[in-house]
Each structure stands twice: as structure tokens, then as C-alpha cells.
Design a protein around this ligand. Structure first.
Ligand SMILES: NC(=O)C1=CN([C@@H]2O[C@H](COP(=O)(O)OP(=O)(O)OC[C@H]3O[C@@H](n4cnc5c(N)ncnc54)[C@H](O)[C@@H]3O)[C@@H](O)[C@H]2O)C=CC1
Ligand SMILES: CC(=O)[C@H](N)C(=O)O
Length: 343
């Protein structure tokens, strides 16, 4: 089978590898569609993210869906022909975090496209059946691949306890921020504000139903004007910009919640701890997700969230290099790669 490997920053090579044979608890998935994530682009540009360094050729891509073509002998819940979304992180299932159900915190997780674990820009991937989620007829394979960023959004809203009647500010209108905004709305938020410096991103947020969109330069005033000076119930920081992280406390109401999901390139941002205490603010991190794929599939099936509307372009595996160049454009929200032709 053909795989695309990142050999060094900016360089993909196509290689022939043996088609994987599924273990007893695995299915073999013929990969259909894979979204390009910001972390893929970061590995492509820099060959590393923090301590994760691409030291040998790496298959990128972790937002993946496809069709089951073979099942291991112990698999009962899936059959050949099923279309599935693949949850890219498989935890050890034994550690203290896995035992508590907090498997997204497992230190021994195997996570697609994170060195040294290969991802899904490959014709076939063998993956544990219980980390593959069947897609109903109404959900396309391309939508299924975007269960991954949608899962990030679901976990964020759970971490922020977003609920009925809440006002929610999202800073950063990339795929994560836009999906957080959609999930917040689906969870009952009635006022959704989105901040981003890029005009096109703000336009997209408006078109998707944000009540207020604002340039970060005008953020504090806009939030005050919209909330009678109170601040919002929940701020979700989804840009990673240090100024946005620091600005969260200017926008949240006393007693409100701040969820940090954006990853700053360095831990240079600081939060005013006196204000945190005085205003009784809950600040929470949000890391990947757990138990979100069933909800993601349901949100897509009932039309509550439109992931297809985030997609700016679709490329074939043969054009991976140019697809990544397009994905680098700050105006791009989401690029998809069709790994094997749709059937
Ligand atoms: N904690 C986690 O589990 C995960 C974290 N991430 C992180 O979440 C963040 C968002 O991911 P994507 O949407 O894929 O990234 P992205 O780069 O596509 O979007 C970030 C957006 O923030 C905007 N932005 C830049 N400065 C800003 C500011 N000062 N105020 C408001 N917006 C600003 C940019 O214009 C861009 O539209 C990234 O930092 C990413 O690394 C992504 C996935 C999982
Ligand atoms: C941080 C990322 O963008 C990536 N989705 C990951 O979970 O590693």
C-alpha cells in the first residue's frame, strides 16, 4: 500500500509499505478522508512540536475516517463495509488515568501522527475496533473525519460546563474555535461571541450564527457592551495567543469559567491570580477529549453542527505537498485529503 511520509520539514515522500494485518481486536480501515490539522502543519513546517521531534519518517494525519475492509477474529461490533470515524488516541487502558476514565490524560497513549506513532495518510490503517465509530448513512466520510476537531470542541464545552442560557466568548476562529462555538450553541448557549483578527474568520463565524464577532483589539469593550458590563459566563481561549490568554480575565464575569484549549508556543502568558481569587473564576485546561465520538457522530447526524462548511479545499494524497502549502495560509480554515477514492 502507499503511504506519504514526512522525511524532513517541508518534504513528503511516497513509499510502499506492507498492508497492515489487523490484530484480533482490530479492524483494517481503508482510509477515505483525512483532515489537515494545525499540528500536522506544525510538524511539516518545523519537524517538531515541543518535545515531540520527527526523528524518523513519519506518517502525518489524525483526523481520519474510512471503510472497514477486514475485521480481527475477536471483533463483533463492526463488519466489512461499515464506514467509521477513527479516534486517533488509543490509551494504555491500565494506568491510573485510564482506570479513572480520564483516558485522554494517559501518558502511554498511542496517538496518530505524534512521533513516533504514524498517522493516517496511508491507504490502510489497522486500528482497535472500539476506537472506531460507525457512521450512519446521513453522515459522509468527509464529515466523519472531522469528528476529531469536533471532539475537541465537545470536550471544551464539557470542561466549561456550558449550558442553557449561557453567554460564551470564543477567542480564535480556527476550526477549533468555530466548532466550540457550534457545540456551545447546541449545548444551550444563547449568546455566542467570537473574536479573531482575520476578517474572513469573523465573517465565517457570523455566517455560522455567532451573535457578535469582533476584532481582538476591540474585545473588552465589545464584551462589556454586550453584557451590560458584567462579562460572559464562559470564555474559551482557542487561539493560543498569549495576549488572548491574558485577556480572558477581562471578559469573564465574576464567578464565571475560563477554558484554555489554545496552545501557546511558549508558556509566557500569565494570569492575574489576585483577580482569579477575588472574582472566583474557575480556570480549566482542556486536553484532547474522552468519550466524545458518539456525541460527535450524533451532532453530525441530526444536523446540529456543520463541519463540511469549514472545508476550504479537498486534495488527493498525490498532492499532499501543495495541500499543506494551502493549509499554511492564515485565511484557510480546513483542508481535507482524499486518501482513497470515495466509493
Ligand atoms: N488542547 C487541545 O487538546 C488542542 C489544542 N489545540 C490548539 O488550539 C488552538 C486552535 O486550534 P486551531 O483552530 O486548529 O488553530 P488555528 O491556528 O487554525 O486558529 C487559531 C485562530 O486564532 C486566531 N488568533 C490569533 N491571535 C488571536 C487573538 N489574539 N485573539 C483571537 N484570535 C486570535 C487566528 O487568526 C486563527 O484564526 C491552537 O493553539 C491549537 O494548537 C488544537 C487541538 C487540540
Ligand atoms: C494539539 C493538536 O492539535 C492535536 N490535535 C493533538 O491532539 O495532538
Amino acid at each position: 500500500m502507499q503511504v506519504a511520509v514526512l522525511t524532513e520539514p517541508g518534504e513528503f515522500e511516497y513509499r510502499e509499505r506492507d498492508r497492515p494485518v489487523p490484530d484480533a481486536d482490530e479492524v483494517l480501515v481503508r482510509v477515505g478522508e483525512v483532515g489537515i490539522c494545525g499540528s500536522d502543519v506544525h510538524y511539516y513546517e518545523h519537524g517538531r512540536i515541543g518535545d515531540y521531534v520527527v526523528e524518523s519518517p513519519l506518517v502525518l494525519g489524525h483526523e481520519a475516517a474510512g471503510e472497514v475492509v477486514e475485521t480481527g477474529r475477536g471483533v463483533t461490533g463492526l463488519a466489512s463495509g461499515d464506514r467509521v470515524a477513527m479516534e486517533p488516541g488509543v490509551p494504555c487502558r491500565r494506568c491510573a488515568y485510564c482506570s479513572r476514565g480520564e483516558y485522554n490524560l494517559c501518558p502511554d497513549v498511542t496517538f496518530m501522527a505524534t512521533p513516533p506513532d504514524d498517522g493516517a495518510f496511508a491507504e490502510y490503517v489497522a486500528w482497535p475496533a472500539d476506537y472506531c465509530y460507525r457512521l450512519p448513512e446521513s453522515v459522509s466520510t468527509r464529515e466523519g473525519s472531522l469528528c476529531e476537531p469536533l471532539s475537541v470542541g465537545i470536550h471544551v464545552c464539557r470542561r466549561g460546563a456550558v449550558g442553557l442560557g449561557d453567554s460564551v466568548l470564543v477567542t480564535g476562529a480556527g476550526p477549533i474555535g468555530l466548532l466550540v462555538a457550534d457545540v456551545a450553541r447546541a449545548a444551550g448557549a444563547t449568546d455566542v461571541l467570537v473574536a479573531d483578527p482575520v476578517d474572513r474568520k469573523r465573517d465565517l463565524a457570523s455566517a455560522r450564527g455567532a451573535d457578535v464577532t469582533v476584532d481582538p483589539a476591540d474585545l473588552t469593550e465589545a464584551v462589556a457592551a454586550h453584557t451590560d458590563g458584567l462579562g460572559v459566563d464562559v470564555v474559551v481561549e482557542a487561539s493560543g495567543a498569549p495576549s488572548a490568554i491574558e485577556g480572558t480575565l477581562d471578559c469573564v464575569r465574576r464567578g464565571g469559567r475560563v477554558v484554555l484549549v489554545g496552545l501557546a508556543s511558549e508558556s509566557t502568558a500569565s494570569l492575574d491570580t489576585l483577580a482569579l481569587v477575588d472574582d472566583e473564576i474557575d480556570v480549566r485546561g482542556s486536553f484532547r477529549y474522552r468519550d466524545t465520538y458518539p456525541a460527535a457522530v450524533s451532532l453530525l447526524a441530526d444536523g446540529s453542527v456543520d463541519v463540511a462548511g469549514l472545508v476550504d479545499f479537498e486534495a488527493s494524497l498525490a498532492d499532499l505537498g501543495s495541500a499543506f502549502e494551502r493549509a499554511r495560509d492564515p485565511e484557510t480554515v480546513k483542508g481535507l485529503v482524499e486518501v482513497t477514492t470515495r466509493r
